[in-house]
Design a binder for this molecule. Sequence first.
Ligand code: SF4
Length: 407
Amino acid sequence: MSAVIDSLPEISAVEPSSAASRAGLLPGDRIVSVNGVSPRDILEWHRLVESDVVDLQVARGRESLDLVVERLPGEPFGASVSSAVFDRIHTCDNHCEFCFIYQLPKGMRQSLYLKDDDYRLSFLFGNFTTLTRFTEADLERVLDERLSPLYVSIHAVDPNVRSEMLRNNRGGFSLRWLRLMLDNGINARAQIVLCPGVNDGDILDSTLCGLLEQFPELESIAIVPLGLSRYNPESRMRVHTPEEAAQTISRQLRLRNLGGIIIIDFIDMQSEDHKKQVLTALQRNLDKDHAKTKITEVSALGLVEMTRKRTRESLEHILCEPCSTCGGRGVLKTSESICLEIFREIIRVVRQYNVQQIMVLASEQVVEMLLDEEADMLAELESFLNIGIKIRAEAEYNQEHYDVVLL
Ligand code: SF4
């Protein structure tokens, strides 16, 4: 399934007395091009309307108009567009048994059935992407425009389990894109939809170990128990039993050695019997815990409060502190990607301020690259922006540290 939102983005609002309003832009105008470029999405739109003078070609009814928006220094553009993606949303070509879209009743609004798997919606709204439709060009854009953080559905790191869960062979190797993004300093947050009998138990353990081993830079990993509606068409899918839920919770408490006051949210648990079963199973499992624990009844809001007295700090916590160079990530951006960041920063600074000379302060490795492999690019920038760029190595700067100074 694919969705064409609209080929032309539409202006949804124009602020009174703003630069856009002075130029004559009106709500309902459709944008054909901005400075000669047809923006593909709201990210590109924002980048294009950043300049001080913006040439717009708009369609108003059957008319085609050319408008020039001139912004005063620091003045916002003053108009917004009505959708986030103007070309085609990348739709998902997976067929997960647990997909919430397949569990919707028939006859609802068409847009509710849209299965998106688009990194842009991931960056903008936190939608999860499986990366099965991700391409080299997408990677280039994510790195170029620093679209970070992104939200990635993992479900399992074992390629067979993952491709089986997504019912898509590409699921077995699409996490390579995640590795490439993390290598280049893009942050990512992961989720695992936990399906009983499919990716829980030993598979969940090996997924978590695999994530720590292969993707240690992930900012977070959320484990989401499978949600089922009465429209679920897949016989293999079932909800967790109270015993399984209680076992998983107590196991996670022990593994992560969580301490203090912990609130467990048993959402949507209606039946009193069900609540009692979960509490009994939880208590039974917590009895095996070496740490001292205490749990309360399920509150009216479905919350269980518990305390757990931690018996030890993790060894890593006692013996180590985060690395002052990489901030604990364990990786540094390459000199090449820092050079690209510096070029973007120079362009940004020159567009914002009226400068003739710029000094770039950076680590020795980065300066070496700027003066050698990137020397042509540097010269092109100088002539394109009509400025002088001086470069100075700072011995105490680490590889990621740089400053662009106006002279
Ligand atoms: S990736 Fe998401 S949208 Fe696509 S089928 Fe799976 S659950 Fe549904």
